[in-house]
Design a protein around this ligand. Structure first.
Ligand code: HEC
Length: 419
C-alpha cells in the first residue's frame, strides 16, 4: 500500500515544520537565556583577573556558578561549548519549509497574478534572491560609519524592514509577503551568527591559543549584531505564525501591521531587558505594547481584501487549476462544496458566529473551488476535518466524489485508502 503523493507531501511538510519549531525553540531559548544571564551578572570580590561578573543559578537539582570574561580569559579552557547549531539548524529547516510550502506550492501561496504575473522560476528566484541581497545590504550598513551610531542604525534598519515588507506585498500574496519579511529578518539573524559572531569568536580563541592578547573590538562587533538579534526575535516569530491568521496577512495594510509588530518586539524586549538588568519593571512598556496591538486589530479590519465573487470567476485559472475544473465530476463536487462549505467559507459567511472566511479559504465560486482542490481533498476527502463536526452534514458519497474527482488530476496512484 503506497500512500498517494498528497499524503506523502503533507507529512513531509509536517515533519519539516516540526523540526523547524524544535530548532527555533532551541535557538531562541538559548539566546533568551544568555541575554538574561548577561544582564544579571554581578561583581564579586573574588573575581579572577579579566572577569567582568558572575551569577549563581539553581536549576534541575544543582547549582551553577557562571563567570563572564569580557574579552577572554587568561588561558584557553580545555573544554569550550559553542552555540551555533541552534541557529544554523533553525535557518536550514526554515529554508526547507519555505521551499516545501512556498516554492513547491508557488501557484497557491506565493504568486498573486493580480499583483505580478510571475512564472514559478521567477517567483522562486525573487524569494531566494531577496533573502541573500537583504543580508548583503544590512551587513554593509553595519560595517559603514553608521555602525558607530547604534540607535541611528537601528532606526534605519526599522525603516528598511518596513519598506521590504511593503515591497514583498507588491509582488507576492499577502500571506507570502509577511512570511518572506520574517524569513528576510531571520536570515539576517542567522547570518549574523555565521558570518560575524562565530568568525570573530574564532579569532579570539586562536589569539588565546597562540598566547596573544585578544583585541576587544571583536567582542564589540559581536555585541552590536547580538543586540539586533535580540530585538528582532519576537517579530520574526509573529511573522512566521502570521500565515495562519488571514486577518494579519490578507489586509492591504499588512506591511503596516508588520511595522507595528517590529515596534512591539522592542517594547516587549525592553521590559524584560530592563528587568533582568535590575533596572526595575517598566510597566509603561506594556501599555505601549497594548496600544500597538489595538492599532494592529484596527488596521486589519480596515484593509481586508480578497477578490469579489465576480473577480474570482473572471480571474484566469492556472493550467493545473483548469485541469481540476475540467475533470469529470467537477460540477457535482462544485455544487456539493458550495452547498456544504460556503456558509462559512464565503466572502460574507452566513453561519452564525463566523464573520470572515476561516483561514481566508473561499469556497464559493467554481473558480474558488478549482483553486482549492488540494485543500478540499485533504480536509473533506481524505479526512473528515471539514466541515467541523460535519455541521453541514456532508455525506460519505460526497466525500468519495471529491476523492475520485481529485485523483483523476492529482495523478496520484491508487492509495488503497478509502475508495
Ligand atoms: C461551520 C463552518 C464551516 C464549514 C461548514 C466548513 N468550514 Fe472549513 N473551516 C472552518 C473553520 C472555523 C476553519 C478554521 C479551523 C482552524 O482554525 O484550524 C476552517 C478551515 C478550513 C480550511 C483551512 C485549513 C487549514 O488549517 O489551513 C480548509 C481548507 C477548509 N476549512 C475547507 C473546508 C471545506 C472543503 C468545507 C466543506 C466540505 C468546509 N471547510 C466547511 C469552518 C467551516
Amino acid at each position: 500500500m503506497i500512500p498517494d503523493s498528497v499524503i506523502i507531501w503533507e507529512w513531509l511538510a509536517f515533519a519539516v515544520r516540526w523540526t523547524h519549531v524544535i530548532t527555533a525553540i532551541a535557538w531562541i531559548g538559548s539566546s533568551f537565556y544568555f541575554i538574561a544571564l548577561d544582564l544579571s551578572l554581578r561583581k564579586a570580590p573574588d573575581l579572577p583577573p579579566g572577569a567582568y561578573g558572575e551569577e549563581w543559578q539553581v536549576h534541575g537539582g544543582g547549582f551553577y556558578h557562571i563567570r563572564k570574561f569580557l574579552v577572554a580569559p587568561e588561558r584557553m579552557p580545555e573544554h569550550l561549548t559553542w552555540f551555533k547549531w541552534e541557529s544554523y539548524s533553525t535557518w536550514l529547516s526554515g529554508a526547507a519549509l519555505l521551499a516545501v510550502t512556498y516554492w513547491a506550492g508557488a501557484n497557491l501561496f506565493l504568486i498573486d497574478p493580480q499583483k505580478a504575473d510571475l512564472a514559478i522560476w521567477q517567483a522562486v528566484a525573487i524569494s531566494g534572491g531577496s533573502l541573500a541581497v537583504g543580508w548583503l545590504i544590512y551587513d554593509r550598513l553595519c560595517k559603514s560609519r553608521l555602525g558607530e551610531h547604534p540607535t541611528a542604525l537601528m532606526l534605519l534598519l526599522f525603516v528598511a524592514l518596513v519598506a521590504m515588507g511593503w515591497a514583498y506585498d507588491q509582488i507576492f500574496t499577502g500571506r507570502a509577503a509577511l512570511l518572506h519579511l520574517g524569513a528576510f529578518t531571520a536570515t539576517i539573524m542567522t547570518a549574523n551568527v555565521f558570518f560575524i559572531i562565530m568568525p570573530n569568536q574564532r579569532i579570539v580563541v586562536a589569539d588565546l591559543k597562540a598566547g596573544r592578547a585578544a583585541d576587544p573590538k571583536y567582542g564589540k562587533i559581536a555585541k552590536l549584531r547580538s543586540t539586533h538579534n535580540n530585538y528582532l526575535t519576537l517579530p520574526v516569530v509573529f511573522l512566521m505564525l502570521s500565515n495562519h491568521y488571514p486577518l494579519a496577512f490578507a489586509s492591504e495594510y499588512n506591511w503596516l501591521i508588520a511595522a507595528l509588530i517590529f515596534l512591539m518586539g522592542v517594547t516587549i524586549r525592553h521590559f524584560f531587558n530592563s528587568m533582568h538588568a535590575g533596572k526595575g519593571q517598566l510597566w509603561w512598556t506594556w501599555a505601549v505594547t497594548a496600544m500597538l496591538f489595538v492599532g494592529i486589530m484596527w488596521l486589519s479590519a480596515l484593509g481586508l481584501n480578497h477578490d469579489s465573487y465576480e473577480e474570482s470567476q473572471a480571474r484566469a485559472l492556472t493550467q493545473v487549476e483548469q485541469r481540476f475544473a475540467d475533470a469529470e465530476g467537477f460540477d457535482a463536487v462544485s455544487r456539493s462544496v458550495a452547498g456544504r462549505c460556503a456558509m462559512c467559507h464565503a466572502r460574507e459567511p452566513s453561519w452564525e458566529g463566523i464573520h470572515h472566511a476561516p483561514k481566508g479559504v473561499l469556497l464559493e465560486t467554481p473558480a474558488d473551488i478549482a483553486r482549492s482542490a488540494k485543500e478540499i481533498y485533504v480536509q473533506a476527502g481524505l479526512t473528515n476535518a471539514m466541515p467541523p463536526a460535519n455541521l453541514s452534514g456532508m455525506t460519505q458519497d460526497e466525500r468519495v466524489a471529491i476523492i475520485r474527482w481529485f485523483r483523476q488530476v492529482g495523478g496520484v496512484g491508487v492509495a488503497g485508502l478509502r475508495p
